[in-house]
Design a protein around this ligand. Sequence first.
Ligand code: CTP
Ligand code: CA
Ligand code: CA
Length: 619
Amino acid sequence: MWKGKAKATELTEADFDDLDPVITYRHLLSHNLGVKDPLRVVALCDSDAFYAACEQVRLKVDPAIPLVVRQWDSLIAVNYPARKFGISRMDKADDALKKCPELKVVHVATYKEGEKEPGYWDKPDTKTHKVSLDHYRRESVKIYNMFKEGLPGAEIEKASIDEAFVDFTRPVREKLMERYPYLSQPPTDAPDGLDTPLPPPPPISWDGLGTVIPTTPEPTDDNNEHSSTCEDDTLATWHDVALSMAAEMMGKVRVDIHSKLGYTTSAGIGRNKFLAKLTASYRKPNSQSILRNAAIPNYLKPMPFQKIRFLGGKLGKALAEEYDVKTVGDLLTISLEEMQRKFGENSIWVYEILRGIDRSDVKEKSAITKSMLASKNLPKPIVKTSEGHHWIRVLAAELALRLNEAREASPTLWPRTIVLHIRQGYQTSRSKQAAFPFVRNVTVDIIAAAGDKLWKELVGARDGAPGSMPFKVSSVQLSFTGIESMNAAQQSIEGFFKNRGSSDAEGSNLKRKREDDTSHSMDSDQAISELPTASFTCDRCRKRIHLPEALRDISLDEDIRAEALAALRTEHSDFHLAQELSKAPDKSSGGAKFRPNTPTRKKNKQKETSGITKFFSRQ
Ligand code: CTP
Ligand code: CA
Ligand code: CA
């Protein structure tokens, strides 16, 4: 087993070799072990070829027909039948058609000026239209709601447009007690009382529960499908029982999603978020895979470590160069001490992740989106100020639709601020914001008028002014921020304090990751500023806040990055809010929730990153 030398940390050796921990009645009967729970079970469920599936369902096309979704000339989603023809997201639409002439090609919906709703137009053109992901967002919410309804008691975190994490620990615990009532108390003659280890678990039948990843590596020259039953000689554990129960529950919801909504999904089930995500892609599409603790080492060892999220960037490259290695296994011989000496104290998270350790929590996000952003990268830059209006109207239509749709669920939703953000050339990006009035009926006209006003303030007389730089705008973004229910300001502050109760281990984990991400960005400020949406400057503290490295990938969908930045902004302003509140005299009940020994600044910084971490799972 792996052994770790826990230098300068609160970790003990047990943290690194606990694949088969002794589980006692006390563990089982405690309800708040959080991420330290030895029976923790987490799943990640990802929809198969999601955008393509959305179009296939919308158009009622036979799922066996090869179908792709195109955006301008490129493909953004390829269904599994089309993948059989060797078509991938890298292909151009025309090349894909050459590979498969009967391919069904659907262009993603777009907004065009003068239309309130996005549509599937005949010949959408990037010079005049803007992509709309609204339909996919709506379908995504439907799937998420099926998880919520089908898994009462489970914590569910939407991780991206087509993924959700599910923490099964609680519902599994209930099922364990129900199915094995003898676990509810130690035998009366047990000498150690509650600290008595549980009796051996019953045999497990994995039939119909998914693919169980083998504990020993499959021979590479053998292409036979391994049976999904687990004939391993590794003794089953209570954690395996827990996994099998989660697999049963997850399987039911996946079947339900398929029969009611038409989407197939792939799920991964394991002891934490990191492993659940990795396991979800073990076998696709339409399947679920289970990673037993006993299978973790051999599952991770052959994996190219640069494929692991967070390790794809500069840090991964530095590790590869330093040690001339490729796989996780190659890196396991490096001691924690050495890693920290060469890559800084914070590299402990690398040490941990290589060993399948991830203490981050599955956290449900607030139902209310705090910001909405519509953005357009202009293939043909705007060179006259008068050309701004067209794009502002197009972007306003998207914001109007999204806000009004969100208001169907919460009618008093109100964006406090409207922000216009433009990029000029590659270097400069500028923004201007204004308070947005509370209006019952928010129309495209109202938003466009507010946007036009900001546009005038931002670019005003730029194109005529003597001696001014040539005017050239290459991207325009219009967003609503600070979206809240009319009377809910109080609620959201309370929610903030509630979330602070998370365990320290998890908090420091997030912090480690965050610091690692930022520490590598210091010398690359120049490069970062070339991206339209990689950072922003806070109006209050004047600090420049950057997206984590993983999100600066230029190939990333512009909407994804824009949303991440919007989330980062909101979180940063929450951080200021919390800071102010913590300075206020401690008289309200909300203030009392602050633990007196909690260092505010540091802690708030951790909170600041928690929402942004969800975007890593898109990688
Ligand atoms: N997507 C995108 N740009 C990216 C990554 C993803 O537009 N850089 C979109 C894809 O079009 C996709 C959806 O987000 O349909 C979900 O992405 P992902 O889960 O990575 O791929 P899928 O198409 O769902 O395919 P898979 O079955 O492999 O999950
Ligand atoms: Ca997917
Ligand atoms: Ca995905």
